[in-house]
Design a protein around this ligand. Structure first.
Ligand SMILES: Nc1ncnc2c1ncn2[C@@H]1O[C@H](COP(=O)(O)OP(=O)(O)OP(=O)(O)O)[C@@H](O)[C@H]1O
Length: 253
């Protein structure tokens, strides 16, 4: 289980995450506009930043009690700066995280990416996304912190990654801007990150047929603050184009 209580993150002068609270025992998506703090939350979970408040994984405070936690895996590029080429990376990660070489090779074969003797940063953007995500999942982690796994991918490669996300990891967050793919995860829950605050969870099926209205409402699924104004996410029964409605949510933020 991953849980956060009163989690805040300061970078330089700025408070990037503001009193974030959640308790997660499954995989969930995080949606939200650019610069809202999604990747920063994944970086906190991956141990890159010191934070204020509490973040626990399986009851252990991340910053204090967790050293060399191997159950969590991320595709954040910062985790993979170590090596000369992708072959080196998988060797290093086999050693320190128990990544399985065979699983990685099989995943890469599915994608058709030729990574042999290639540095991560010589790969195309889509190839790099696939390689980082395969590296993250090849340790068969319990906890995942996956950032934009569909970025720069073509339609077929997105389908492959959807299968990986369904298969790997028991709990954790997947950050995405791909609202067109939400229906693939309709039984999952989602959180919204807005201005450093995390709202949710709300089921994706509800989210896909919701709209955002100004003010507080008794029937709201979520109450949000955007630029210091109150908004409510409410269910819009019988809407024909759910995805457009979710886009509408983005119109406000
Ligand atoms: N090292 C840093 N120092 C200062 N500010 C930072 C630093 N890293 C990120 N930020 C700022 O923190 C805010 C949140 O960034 P973050 O990368 O978490 O956003 P995001 O929601 O993942 O955005 P995107 O969807 O664009 O990837 C942004 O305003 C960003 O400029």
């Amino acid at each position: 289980m991953i849980e956060a209580e009163g989690l805040s993150l300061f970078l330089g002068e700025n408070r990037i995450l503001k009193d974030v609270n959640f308790r997660l025992e499954e995989k969930a998506l995080i949606l939200g506009p650019n610069g809202s703090g999604k990747s920063s939350l994944l970086k906190v979970l991956s141990g890159f930043y010191r934070y204020k408040g509490s973040v626990k994984i399986d009851g252990k405070e991340l910053m204090r009690d967790v050293r060399g936690y191997t159950e969590l895996s991320t595709n954040l590029p910062e985790a993979y700066y170590l090596a000369r080429d992708v072959d080196d990376l998988i060797s290093i990660y086999s050693e320190i995280k128990g990544s399985d070489h065979e699983t990685f090779l099989k995943m890469m074969e599915e994608t058709g990416v030729n990574f042999k003797k290639r540095s991560l940063f010589s790969l195309s953007l889509g190839e790099r996304t696939l390689t980082l995500t395969a590296l993250a999942f090849s340790s068969k982690p319990k906890v995942i912190a996956v950032d934009e796994p569909f970025e720069n991918l073509d339609k077929n490669r997105k389908k492959i990654v959807i299968q990986w996300i369904r298969k790997y990891g028991k709990e954790g967050f997947i950050v995405t801007h791909e609202i067109g793919l939400l229906k693939e995860f309709d039984t999952w829950k989602a959180y919204l990150m807005i201005e450093g605050r995390l709202y949710g969870p709300v089921t994706i099926i509800d989210l896909m047929s919701s709209k955002l209205v100004k003010g507080r409402r008794d029937d709201s699924l979520l109450e949000l603050k955007i630029r210091q104004e109150d908004y409510s996410l409410i269910k819009e029964e019988g809407e024909e184009n759910e995805i457009l409605d979710l886009n509408h949510v983005y119109d406000y933020i």
